[in-house]
Ligand binder design. Structure first.
Ligand code: PLP
Length: 480
């Protein structure tokens, strides 16, 4: 695009934006089963109004916009209460789970620099189900990630293996409540005991589960304690923009006490401009996401979220039973929240995803890693309740369709050719060729993804990551 010589009329401008949106999954119809957290149109209107009301206010300076700090303290108060913190627990509002996790990893790193100065190459211990953002934070912040296998049947972290992986360099370890891939809660009480015994900082990743687990536990779902009730937990992240249904750009990170949070804060007056004092990574920030979080929490209230928890748990049980009734499919682990994944030992799950997409559904492919086979993931929304039976019926048919489709020839060839190749020695041109063979060329997004997913699934992890980087680097091009 180039700037238009004269500004466009409002009607034309929005017509174009509407047209762009036609390329997207029409998520409001309730058939997009990942990336979207949708409580329905009534709440959406409230969230939008609050977001735009505070769109321009700047959360950077609490002395000029105390409203932003006031709303932040309110939504942190709710988080402390839901996660059973005492009056010592404090927190910060951030733009998302990744930023919350960055903040916690930075705090743990700087805390260790002060308390354990002898550690010069700090390590962070992650179950293989731990979210990628911990590895991203480690990559940015100079920590070494150490990935520990999980139980291959339950997909839960194994405290015994975590213990074995602790070294004199371990400063932090992670448990998930829940882990994104399989929707299960790690044994946080055992990990907390290990943290207390060893002096390692334990972070509970409640980005996905922290909020909804509170209500699911209260309606009687079998969930071990996962929050500040557990001794040894130092920090917890929890996203409001997932199953609290806030607008995107909303998460919180909580610390057991102020002494721990201090290491997250940043101040700089070592330049000519205004003094920079930042609680989190962002500096200038819209107060919109904080206002939208404040609004949605007050819109639903405790009984509203309890009702949602009952709805989504009933849907989860129905979907687990429905998937189990399709002989070619099996659910992975025992979901403890309204997310699940399933695999097939007979049919390519990537073909199933493509077939489902042709029928208007989005189900999310996940690649094989460690103990977990390639699978399809469902994030379950209250606004999709009416679709549960249709989803299962279409899955049943798509499994049969997928069975007819050829699979794996290119993936097998690429696997053979690249199993002993060092990622660093492969040129961008080779990756481009690989993408081309899988039907991915230029900046056009491929319709069917099975072939590229199979190739990715077959490649060793370092090559997989390089291929994805090359792909992204191709995909984002300025339009003329
Ligand atoms: C979504 C998620 C994150 C990362 O959050 P973003 O908001 O996508 O940055 C971290 N951990 C878990 C378990 C998640 O589901």
């Amino acid at each position: 695009m180039r700037l238009p010589k004269h500004g466009l009329a409002e009607g034309d401008l929005f017509a174009t934006l509407e047209k762009y949106r036609e390329q997207d999954m029409p998520w409001r119809d309730g058939r997009t089963w990942a990336y979207i957290y949708d409580p329905g149109p009534e709440a959406e209107a409230v969230i939008k109004r609050a977001f735009t009301m505070y769109l321009t206010e700047n959360g950077l300076d609490p002395t000029v916009f105390p409203s932003a700090m006031h709303m932040e303290n309110d939504v942190i108060g709710v988080a402390v209460d839901l996660l059973h913190g005492d009056d010592q627990v404090v927190g910060s509002f951030t733009s998302g789970g990744t930023e919350s996790i960055f903040c916690a990893v930075k705090a743990a790193r700087d805390w260790a620099r002060e308390r354990r100065p002898e550690v010069t190459s700090p390590e962070i211990l992650l179950p293989e189900t731990g979210h990628a953002s911990f590895q991203k934070a480690a990559h940015y912040l100079g920590l070494e990630p150490v990935v520990v296998p999980v139980d291959p049947v339950t997909f839960l972290a194994e405290p015994g293996r975590m213990r074995e992986a602790i070294t004199p360099n371990t400063i932090m370890m992670v448990g998930s409540a829940i882990s994104y891939a399989h929707g299960v809660v790690d044994p946080i009480p055992e990990l907390g005991a290990l943290a207390e015994e060893t002096g390692v900082w334990l972070h509970v990743d409640g980005c996905m589960g922290g909020f909804m687990l509170h209500f699911l536990q209260r309606i009687g779902v079998d969930i071990p304690d996962y929050d500040f009730r557990v001794p040894g937990v130092s920090s917890i992240s929890m996203d409001y923009h997932k199953y609290a249904f806030a607008a995107k750009g909303a998460s919180v990170v909580l610390y057991r006490n102020r002494d721990l949070r201090r290491h997250q804060m940043y101040a700089c007056s070592n330049w000519t401009g205004y003094t920079v004092i930042n609680t989190t990574v962002q500096s200038t920030k819209s107060a919109g996401p904080i206002a939208a979080s404040w609004a949605v929490l007050n819109h639903f209230g405790d009984d509203g979220y309890m009702a949602i928890a009952r709805t989504v748990w009933a849907m989860t049980e129905k979907l687990v039973a429905g998937i189990a009734s399709i002989p070619a499919l099996r659910v992975l682990g025992r979901p403890q929240m309204n997310m699940l994944s399933f695999t097939s030992d007979e049919v390519s799950v990537f073909h199933i995803a493509d077939e489902m997409k042709e029928r208007g559904w989005f189900v999310q492919p996940q690649l094989a890693y460690g103990s977990s086979p390639e699978n399809l993931h469902l994030s379950i929304n209250p606004n999709s309740e009416r679709w549960a039976d249709d989803l299962i019926a279409d899955l049943r048919e798509c499994v049969e369709k997928a069975r007819q489709l050829p699979s794996g020839e290119l993936a097998v060839k690429i696997k053979e050719a690249f199993s002993h190749v060092d990622a660093a020695s492969v040129t961008p041109e080779v990756f481009e060729g690989m993408l081309g063979m899988a039907g991915v060329t230029g900046t056009a997004l491929p319709g069917r993804m099975a072939e590229i997913n199979e190739v990715l699934n077959a490649l060793p992890v370092p090559l997989r990551e390089r291929l994805l980087v090359e792909y992204l680097n191709e995909l984002y091009q300025p339009s003329s």
